[in-house]
Design a protein around this ligand. Sequence first.
Ligand code: MN
Ligand code: MN
Length: 469
Amino acid sequence: MAYETENIWQNISPEEEKEIQDFAKDYAEFMDENRTEREFIRSTVEKLQQEGFVDLAEVNNLEEGSKVYTTNQEGALLAAIIGQEPLSQGLNLVGAHVDAPRIDLKPRPLFAEKELGFFTTHYYGGIRKYQWVTLPLALHGVVVKEDGSKINIAVGMEAEDPVFYITDLLPHFAAEQREKKLKEAIKAEQLNVLVGSRPADDDEETEENNSDKDKDLASVKKALLQLIEERHGITEEDLISAELQLVPAQKSRDVGLDNTLIGSYAHDDRICSYTALRALTSMETGSKTAAIILVDREEVGSMGTTGMQSRFFENVLARLIAKSSSDYNDLMLREALENSTALSGDVTAGFDPDFAEIASKNNTPYLNHGINMTPYTGARGKGGASEASAEFRSKIRRIWNNNGVAWQATEMGEVDKGGGGTIAKFLANYNISVLDCGPAVLSMHSPFEIASKADLYHTYLAYKSYLEN
Ligand code: MN
Ligand code: MN
């Protein structure tokens, strides 16, 4: 009669253990190869193509079993397997976000001061600034030159690559800093990234144009610009039309002695994006059309063309309907939206005994207890969130129970202490029934987050069983 959840590892079969460990290895590899939104979307497309999905633009007529994908500026993606029922009957949709907190370069990033060269930065999303200093960082992104050609940058993940670095104060002189509030100890404008220290060799130009006082300062920047031009063909003005980000250079690792935990940058929310991708590519054609949508910009409010608030999803759905029937009209799109349901895949805060005071009494997410069914997110009285209906929760619970999914019903933390948001409410705006669900993580938004391999695998099972039913 009582509702209780179990630790997945306890009494686990050797077969399931192997499936979990294999899945976690694939995941870790994917995470290490894809550090930015664009990289993640590009690799997702590759994986979809390998599994027989084709670009929607190349298909004129969709029929039962058609597998298609489409992307939006390398920031968002929708992939679908057309089901037996007409699209006006709605989709089974899993949505997740591919962006993660990080440190972006400003439009004019490069400067030198006292013979040290830096990139100045503007952080993206909810970072705790003190966690991002004195770490090896990788520089990833894209530079688009004036002629429209694109240069992909990825420096710092390979063993032979250099890394980048934000300094901190030595403890010997940190007496004043120590007394500051945690949020003020490292300021946003101090997140300058060390990129070099070699001055340019003297030449006539520098002799003539620089006063003695400015010479050294200017010459480190000059040398760096020369080097960037030589190595990448990029000028200082090119950096203005660029999206360059600093991400942790630390690869994913097993954490602890017993092979249960995996540490990685950006579990939030690539763990849900990856499991959604694997769920779609391993399922059979269902009665409903199954789809996944991966979006950018959740960490800053889901605004922008590639965020969940964009019309991208609606436009793609319209295109899917138009390519599945000869008589497209707007009502078919409205009906397809209204008849759809969705899982909003996102992580939640796992119980951490060191910070037990934020846990929600009797409703705490535990690592290794499976995917979390989180009816609502929001903060302080469910503020700013949608909420899944009892009927929809019942349906999902039935599907998961029938398919051996380990799951737990939880909320993120103590009611008046904080909260969070996801893309769920933007899906709900379409009148789509939507439920938040994803694995718990520790140290969310830090450069190295902790998740459970068992939860990772059961998140995949949860998405797959939902898409199929
Ligand atoms: Mn998230
Ligand atoms: Mn987040």
